[in-house]
Design a protein around this ligand. Sequence first.
Ligand SMILES: C[S@@+](CC[C@H](N)C(=O)[O-])C[C@H]1O[C@@H](n2cnc3c(N)ncnc32)[C@H](O)[C@@H]1O
Length: 281
Amino acid sequence: MDRPKNLKEALREDLTEEELEELGTSFDIVGDIAILKLSEKLLDKKKRIGKALMEVHGNLSTVLRQTSPVSGEFRTRDLEVIAGEHKTVTEHKEHGCVFRVDLAKVYFSPRLAHERFIIAQKVNPGEVVTNMFAGVGCYSIVIGRHAEPEKVYSIDKNSDAVSYMRHNIRVNKLGDVVIPIEGDAREAIDEYIGGKSDRVLMPLPEFGREFFDSALEALKPEGGIIHFYDYGEEPDLFKPSFDFIKSASRGRSVKLKDKRVVRSYAPNLYHVVLDLEVGAK
Ligand SMILES: C[S@@+](CC[C@H](N)C(=O)[O-])C[C@H]1O[C@@H](n2cnc3c(N)ncnc32)[C@H](O)[C@@H]1O
C-alpha cells in the first residue's frame, strides 16, 4: 500500500470531518521523534493519530503528545508517548551538527535552526562569545562549527541540559572552543566571565529583561554586541523592547544594528530579536 501523503489523508477513514478539522497540521520532528499537540476533542483517538503520523513519516520511532505548555525556569514541557517506542531521548541533525536531547528534561526547538545559523554568520573570527542560556548547546555548537570564535562560554542552570551539552560538545569535536558552565548566568558572569566577551546571546525571551544588566557586564569594557530575544506584539513589534533597552543601558550607548522576527507564537505575538551594538563603559 502507498504511504499516505499527510496526516489527514492517513486518518480519513478513522476521523469524522469535524475531527479532521480539529487536527491541525503542525508538529515538530526532532531526530526520530515527533511532538504534537492535540485538542481535548481528539484525546480518545490519540493512539490512532500517533500511529498515523508514523505511517506518514516512515523514519519516526516515537510520537509524543505535548500535555502542558513550555514552562518554568528550565522551559520544559510534559510529554506522553502515544505511538512507537517509549523514549524521549533522540539525536537531531542541524547545519552539520548533531545534538542529543532528552525532550522531557531540557528545552529544544528545531524551529530555531534558521536563527542559530543567522547568528553563526554574524560572529567574526577570534571573537569571545557568551551564550547566557545555552540549553544543550545548540547556538554555541553551530557558532563553533560555522564561525571561528576563540571561545564560546556556554551557560545553563539546568544540570540535565548541561550534561547533554557536554556530550554534544564532545561529539561535535568542539572541546577546545565551547566551554560548558553549569549555573545561573548572572552568577557565572559575576564570578568568571565578566568583561571578557565581544558578543553575548540571550536566548530566553520570557525572562531576558531581568538579565540585561548581566549581559552588559559580560561585554569587554570597549563594548560589543548583544543579541536580545524578547516578545513583540502588533502594531509595533520592536519598539517596546528597544525602549526597555534604552532605559536599562546604564549610560552606555546602544545602537540597534538589526532586528528580526524569529517566529510567531500566537496571533499577534512574536518571538523577536534585537541585535544591539553597545558602546564602551
Ligand atoms: C528557551 S531555552 C533556550 C535554550 C537554547 N539556547 C536553545 O535554543 O535550545 C532557555 C534556557 O535557559 C536556561 N535558564 C533559565 N534560567 C537560567 C539562568 N538564570 N541562568 C542560566 N540558564 C538559565 C533554561 O534551563 C533553558 O535551557
